[in-house]
Design a protein around this ligand. Structure first.
Ligand code: FE
Length: 348
């Protein structure tokens, strides 16, 4: 066993998880056989089944630290002694923030670049998308006949929807990414007009999460909302929210005539990764058909690797034709999107 600073850090990583010194000793023994350490913003139930499948296949143990926030900051503080090998998060904004903070490293293998199309990974391999989620419209069944529903994001700014749209805060990463895509397609001026038009059509001040907008439709406050596609499945599976989902139908709008705005859940290798070989093995496993299907189905998201079957609910919701705009381009336009959202006072 070669001594390296990262190994000590890996011991402290598992030590943080272990309950007793005896357990720590056991963990130390396991490390020499192979482990990989993950920092995850994604909830354990979404990722643990794939990690278990990876361990069964490879014998490599996966240790996960889950947190709702602060993991990038933690990586910055830990610096080169960080025990973490991989970071898992959602949204292009958070992945590019990690890259911009300097806590990721470039990794590229024929398996990774072969499985994940170019538009779903950072060009130097600083992050890879694993699943895609579409930002769709939820439309009132009672008040908007299907042939009258908006079919594009641009239409949401049309005065005919005045007082009929609900959205969450314009500053949330999901809304920022959509606005950044709007800028990438139409330019800054038109994107600002769109934001102003959308704001003028809001039925209420932006508030709540994606599901709260659907609840507002159910309660008659508005007729159309923006939300990620997987919330439809999550609401249908939740006895308290089932009625909200029943009040709406999903629409996959197009942006600039291309396709529906999508975002990703993804992974990045940390700059300090002490178990790089195992980390690459896990990354490659997650792009395999089996893992892609498991990950996507767990949260009603779409697989990214080609040829992986979609969950039944997704098939029944309608066909996703994604906007093929490079996610890199969306990341680039995020600062401008945030500026415009503030300039139009979207949340006021
Ligand atoms: Fe979400």
């Amino acid at each position: 066993m070669r001594f390296r600073p990262g190994l000590l850090a890996a011991v402290s990583f598992t030590a943080a998880l272990a309950a007793s010194p005896l357990l720590i000793a056991a963990e130390q023994a396991a490390i020499s056989k192979g482990e990989v350490n993950v920092y995850s913003y994604r909830q354990p139930f979404l990722i643990q089944p794939m990690f278990d499948a990876f361990t069964r296949k490879s014998g490599v143990k996966v240790n996960v630290v889950f947190a709702k926030k602060g993991l990038v900051e933690r990586l910055e503080q830990e610096g080169r002694n960080s025990p973490a090998d991989l970071i898992f998060t959602v949204d292009i904004g958070r992945l590019s923030d990690a890259q911009n903070a300097g806590v990721t490293q470039s990794v590229s293998t024929p398996i990774l670049t072969g499985a994940i199309p170019e538009s779903f990974r950072q060009s130097d391999g600083h992050w890879y998308g694993l699943t895609q989620r579409a930002r769709i419209l939820y439309v009132s069944k009672d008040r908007v006949p299907a042939d009258e529903s908006p079919k594009t994001y641009e239409e949401l700014a049309d005065p005919k929807w005045k007082g009929r749209i609900c959205t969450r805060s314009g500053s949330h990463v999901y809304q920022v990414a959509l606005t950044a895509a709007m800028i990438a397609h139409h330019g800054e001026d038109k994107a600002k007009d769109w934001l102003n038009g959308l704001k003028a059509n809001l039925a209420r001040k932006p508030q709540g999460n994606d599901r709260a907008q659907v609840k507002a439709i159910k309660e008659g406050e508005c007729d159309v909302s923006l939300g990620n596609n997987y919330y439809f499945g999550l609401m249908l599976n939740n006895k308290d929210q089932f009625a909200w989902a029943q009040a709406v139908y999903p629409v996959f709008p197009t942006l600039a005539g291309t396709g529906t705005h999508v975002n990703i859940a993804g992974m990045a290798m940390t700059k300090a990764s002490p178990n790089k070989d195992n980390a690459v093995k896990l990354m490659e496993f997650l792009t395999s058909n089996l893992a892609q299907q498991m990950y996507a189905e767990q949260n009603f998201e779409y697989p990214i690797a080609e040829g992986v079957p979609q969950a039944g609910l997704l098939r029944s919701m309608g066909k996703l034709i994604p906007d093929t705009l490079d996610l890199d381009k969306i990341a680039e336009n995020r600062p401008m999107a945030i500026k415009l959202i503030n300039e139009v006072g979207y949340n006021d």
